[in-house]
Design a binder for this molecule. Structure first.
Ligand code: HEC
Length: 149
C-alpha cells in the first residue's frame, strides 16, 4: 500500500488527525497509547478504505466504538452502528457528514477527541472541494452500511 508522508501539512494545521494504537510491550504496560502517524493516502472512491484507514482505530471495524485506541480516550467513540437505531430508524446522513467535516459550530459542542477531517481531506485532495465532498459522502455511505437493523 502506498504511504505518503503529509506530516508537515498535518503539523502545520496542528490537527494530527491520524492515529494508531500501540501496546507498549517493552515496558510490560498494557495500557493503550495513541500515536500520531503519517496520514495514509486513500482513494476518495472507497468509503471502506477510508473508514478502515482513518476511523476504525477508534470506532472499531464494525463501528461499535471499540477500536484499539478507544480505551485511551476520555470520551468513548460514538457507536456508529447504532446511529439509525438512535434516530428512529432513519440514518442521520447530515449529522454524520457534518461530524466528519468538523464544521466549526459542531466542534465547539464536541469534546475535540473526535478529530476534524475536513482540513485533512482538503490536503489529501489538494484543495479540490468536489473530491473532499466525495470523500465525506462515501464515508457517510459506508457508515450507513454498518447500521444494525
Ligand atoms: C481518535 C479517535 C477517533 C477517530 C480516529 C475518529 N473518531 Fe469519530 N468520534 C470519536 C469520539 C471520541 C467521538 C465522540 C465525540 C464527542 O462526543 O465529542 C466521535 C464521534 C463521531 C461521530 C458523531 C456520532 C454521533 O453520535 O453524532 C461521527 C459521525 C464520527 N465520529 C465519525 C468518524 C469517522 C467517519 C472517522 C474517520 C474519518 C472518525 N470518526 C474517526 C473519536 C474518533
Amino acid at each position: 500500500m502506498f504511504i505518503k508522508k503529509v506530516g508537515s501539512i498535518v503539523v502545520a494545521l496542528s490537527l494530527l488527525p491520524a492515529f494508531a494504537a500501540s501496546q507498549d510491550q517493552s515496558q510490560g504496560q498494557s495500557a493503550s497509547e495513541i500515536k500520531h502517524v503519517p496520514v495514509k493516502v486513500t482513494s476518495a472512491a472507497s468509503g471502506k478504505e477510508m473508514y478502515v484507514s482513518y476511523c476504525a482505530v477508534c470506532h472499531g471495524a464494525d463501528g461499535k466504538g471499540n477500536g484499539p485506541a478507544a480505551s485511551a480516550l476520555k470520551t468513548p467513540p460514538s457507536d456508529l452502528a447504532a446511529l439509525s437505531k438512535n434516530n428512529g430508524g432513519k440514518f442521520p446522513s447530515l449529522k454524520v457528514s457534518t461530524a466528519i467535516r468538523g464544521d466549526a459550530d459542531v466542534v465547539a459542542h464536541g469534546t475535540k477527541e473526535m478529530p476534524v477531517w475536513g482540513p485533512l481531506f482538503r490536503d489529501l485532495s489538494q484543495g479540490h472541494e468536489g473530491e473532499v465532498q466525495q470523500r465525506i459522502n462515501n464515508l457517510t455511505k459506508y457508515i450507513e452500511s454498518l447500521q444494525e437493523k
